[in-house]
Structures are given as C-alpha cells and as structure tokens.
Design a protein around this ligand. Sequence first.
Ligand SMILES: Nc1ncnc2c1ncn2[C@@H]1O[C@H](COP(=O)(O)OP(=O)(O)OP(=O)(O)O)[C@@H](O)[C@H]1O
Ligand SMILES: [Mg+2]
Length: 334
Amino acid sequence: MENNQSQISNLQSQVGKFASGQVNGPVIETQGLTKRFKKVTAVAGLDLSVRKGEIFGLLGPDGAGKTTAIRMLCAIMDPTEGSARVAGFDTRKEPEEIKKRIGYMAQQFSLYGDLTVLENLTFFADIFEVGRKERQERIERLLEFARLTRFKGRRAAHLSGGMQKKLALACTLIHQPEIIFLDEPTTGVDPVSRREFWDILTELHIEGVTLFVSTPYMDEAERCSRVSLMFDGSIVVCDTPERIKGLVEGQLLELRPDGLREAAQLIADLPGVLEVQTYGDLLHVFVDDAAQRAQEMEAALAGAGIAAEGLRRTRPRMEEAFISLIRKRSEENT
Ligand SMILES: Nc1ncnc2c1ncn2[C@@H]1O[C@H](COP(=O)(O)OP(=O)(O)OP(=O)(O)O)[C@@H](O)[C@H]1O
Ligand SMILES: [Mg+2]
C-alpha cells in the first residue's frame, strides 16, 4: 500500500513537471536526416537535438539547405533517408500530430494583402480551428504582443516590411504552438525592425516556447542559445555562440590598411599568420601571438610603404568564426 502511494505521488510529481514544462528532453531530434533532389543533396545526414525552451539557430548561406531541413521538420516534406521526431512524434508517420503542435513561418509566408491585419488573424484562427470563445481574447493579445493594435484596420499590403513580418509571426502563433519554426524571418527587414522582431522572439523564449530559427545573419546567431552552422547540406559545427567563437585558432588582429589587397597578400606570407579575412575596408588577421606579430606586421607594412591605421587586437565574432570554419571544411574536402 505504501509502495503504491509512493508510486502515485512519484507519478503526480512527474505529471506536474511535465505540465509546468520542466522536463527538458529533446523536442526536436533528427537522425541522419537527408533530402536528395535529382541533382543536389540539399540536406546530408543531419543529426540534431534541440531541447525544450531553446532558441536554436540554423545559420547558413544561400542554398545551404536550411529551408529543406525546416520543411522536413515541419512534416511538409518527407526525407529521402533518416528520420526526425518533433514534439515526440515521427515526421513521416504522425505529421498531423506535429502540425497541431508547431507553428511554421515560412520564408515566403503569405499574408492576404487585401485583408486587414485583424482579418488576416481571424483567417488563420479559422484555419487552425481556434474556438469562437478564446479567439477574440487571443487575437487582442497577439496584436499587443506584435505591437500591431494601432494598425489592426490596415490592409496587410499597406504595412511596412517589418510590420508584415510581425503580422506573419502573430498568425503563426494563433493556435499557441509549443515549437515555432521560423525560416529567415527577418531577411530584407531594416535593422531597427529586425531588433524589435528579436525582442518579440525573446519574449516567446521567456514564456518557454521552443524556437528554431534559420538565418543568414551572424548577429542574429549570437542571440541563440545554440547554433548550427550549415554549409552544403551538412552541419559544420553545433554549439553555443561562445564556444563556436572559441573554436577559431589563434588570436585576432584588426587593421585598416590603405591598399587592402596588397596588404592582405603581404600579411598572408608573414610568419605566424594563420589566416587573413577581409571585412569591408578592414583586414582581420589570425595569428599565433598577437603582441609579437602586431609589431612585425607594422614593420613589414611600413617597409612596403603601405599605410595602415587602427591596428589592434580584437575578439573573433561569429562572422570570423563562421568564415574560418567553413574555409577549413572546404580545404578538408579538396
Ligand atoms: N524542390 C527542389 N528541387 C530541386 N532542388 C531543390 C529544391 N529545393 C531546394 N533545392 C536545392 O537544394 C539546395 C538547398 O536549398 P534550400 O532552399 O534548402 O537552401 P536555403 O539554405 O534555404 O537557401 P536560402 O538561404 O537561399 O533560402 C539548393 O541547392 C537548392 O537549389
Ligand atoms: Mg531558404
């Protein structure tokens, strides 16, 4: 009897934990997830595990395979090989269970331009069968949340690009999904709106929603709890932004030379220089020992008659880490 009771109380505490979202198991898990089109392998053997409540970033350039990966996770497209579980369900066998629990803001999310903000939200409430009772309160809350209450009567086609993205996000949230997939949600949006959009995502994160976001922007990757760098269908590295930045070999020097190309060539051949990257009119130089190599570099540039200013040591950001890791990966493959 006692045993039974302790089992029951154990079970109750488990249920309590689950209901309050304290169970931190993976909510997205893939094994060897692969998609091949006729000529291209868009996604090549993806192994991912995303925990509940994470902001997980999929960072990669055009054509890396981000959209294809997301479409498979959203159970819209079947993999050629491998498998994925989302919210505990198999994408291939239980797509309907998954669709109920996730929100998907596609790269080309289509709003109805002729409908107003409010009408768009109502339309999505219909599609997702949100009951009449809860819908009004929910729509009002989402309008506030997306900072769109003032614009609820405006046609979607007449909103700014940033506002359209926020409306698309609000529509994606209408059925209160546990996991949200956002495919390049801020591409083409001005920097101020991008920041505001990310503030909204952070609020969702605080509420405990799991966010899976693809982006080509390095600064956005810095806001994720973990990031996967995707290139040519594969994951180059998957870790916290801090640790990814820590993977870059050597120390980083930055300078602004007069002749960028000439200076880059000269510096690349100096001893102790591991890698040279251009960044606007700046050169980023990875070296084995910043203090020693900075002096040698100044001397070499002066000797060649190249003026340079602003030589200083700096910390690698995601951008430098990304370029460096991808370059290494390409060298390994050739
Ligand atoms: N339906 C399709 N048929 C054939 N090839 C496809 C198809 N969809 C995608 N591809 C190819 O697969 C690769 C990955 O494409 P995908 O759209 O997943 O990349 P992405 O990372 O989302 O790129 P972007 O940043 O441009 O959106 C590309 O080479 C693309 O041309
Ligand atoms: Mg894409």
